[in-house]
Design a binder for this molecule. Structure first.
Ligand code: ADP
Ligand code: MG
Length: 324
């Protein structure tokens, strides 16, 4: 019985290995590739993968692994889940340095680098301000001066200390709340693309809300056709892109209106309030983590400083901005 099982398992593994090898070799021949598209609700948005693969079996398998990788990152980095690694750091990180996963460490490292280079326009410690904004969205009332001042004491990217040799995170004070909402989706899309590439699927597009990461273009095309919308949601231009990432952030979709003024879900760390200007920024960068975080930072920074920072990152930015 045991022997029989062993033989069956062995035969199954051989067949699987054969299928994977053939699929992998097939994936290298562009003319044999077919288009597949899958969607799944992840990280609070509809995650979409478009991929060219030799057959439906390899496409489904690779994409399910890519979605799984995104789901695992969400478990680490979500601020909506009390049991996420990020929330554990928020609860205990002030007590002693905490060792964290390589993924979380990498994202925090990149977030702090951008905080420094953007003079704090991007700041993953804005959690207490974001909590006040979420409450304002429900109650339609702005936080009081006192509440803003209390939150301000807990905000500031210099209050996070990373130790790269030990892979640890230490927070300066109790009550801090880290928020990776402006960077985690871009990173997750990068990781999903890497999963597909491991399966030999190089012609792929991953979309997570406003963050898109692109691999090789569709077969026999120069690039993926990506439409850019204007601040009114109307198509503005179409770009053909490949092997890069494109992210759009802004104040046009998520906001709360109080006394005739709009406060967006992107917070200006200097005031603690949501942005009141009408702004939409699209960034094209080498990878998703850069494009996503830069797009958020540039909304706060504004056009002049924003272009300078984008250039320093080797990225390109399109601004659509109007006083509210
Ligand atoms: P979305 O997540 O809607 O695609 P963004 O990538 O611009 O848009 O991220 C916005 C999110 O980033 C907010 O919901 C909040 O969680 C977080 N955030 C808000 N303000 C800042 C800021 N100044 N720096 C870093 N993160 C921010
Ligand atoms: Mg962003």
């Amino acid at each position: 019985m045991f022997k029989g099982n062993l033989l069956t398992n062995f035969t199954f593994l051989c067949a699987l290995f054969f299928l994977l090898t053939v699929s992998f070799l097939d994936a290298r021949k562009e003319k044999n590739l077919l288009r597949f598209e899958f969607r799944k609700l992840l990280m609070g948005v509809v995650a979409r993968i478009v991929v060219y693969a030799p057959n439906d079996y390899i496409a489904k398998w690779a994409c399910s692994r890519a979605f799984l990788r995104i789901a695992q990152l969400d478990e680490l980095m979500s601020d909506y889940r009390n049991d996420s690694e990020l929330m554990r750091v928020c609860r205990n990180g002030h007590l002693s340095p905490l060792q964290v996963s390589k993924d979380l460490f990498f994202v925090l490292e990149r977030a702090l680098e951008l905080s420094r280079r953007s003079n704090g326009a991007f700041d993953v410690t804005v959690g207490p301000f974001v909590s006040l904004w979420r409450r304002a969205r429900q109650t339609k009332q702005l936080p009081t001066e006192h509440e803003l001042n209390e939150a301000k004491k807990l905000v500031g990217w210099e209050k996070i200390q990373l130790d790269a040799s030990k892979g640890t995170v230490k927070l300066a004070i109790a009550g801090m709340k880290l928020d990776l909402g402006g960077i985690a989706k871009g990173y997750a899309a990068d990781c999903a693309l890497k999963v597909l590439q491991k399966f030999g699927l190089r012609h792929a597009l991953i979309e997570l809300g406003g963050d898109i990461v692109l691999g090789e273009p569709p077969p026999n095309r120069k690039g993926w056709r990506i439409g850019i919308l204007n601040e009114n949601g109307k198509p503005e231009k179409v770009l053909e892109l490949a092997n890069c990432a494109i992210s759009t952030s802004g104040s046009t979709e998520q906001y709360v209106e109080i006394d005739g003024k709009r406060y967006a879900h992107i917070v200006d760390p200097r005031t603690g309030l949501g942005l009141t200007k009408l702004v939409l920024v699209t960034v094209i960068a080498k990878d998703g983590i850069t494009a996503d975080s830069l797009a958020t930072a540039l909304c706060v920074l504004g056009e002049k400083e924003g272009h300078k920072l984008a250039k320093a990152y080797g990225a390109m930015a399109f601004f659509r901005e109007r006083k509210n």
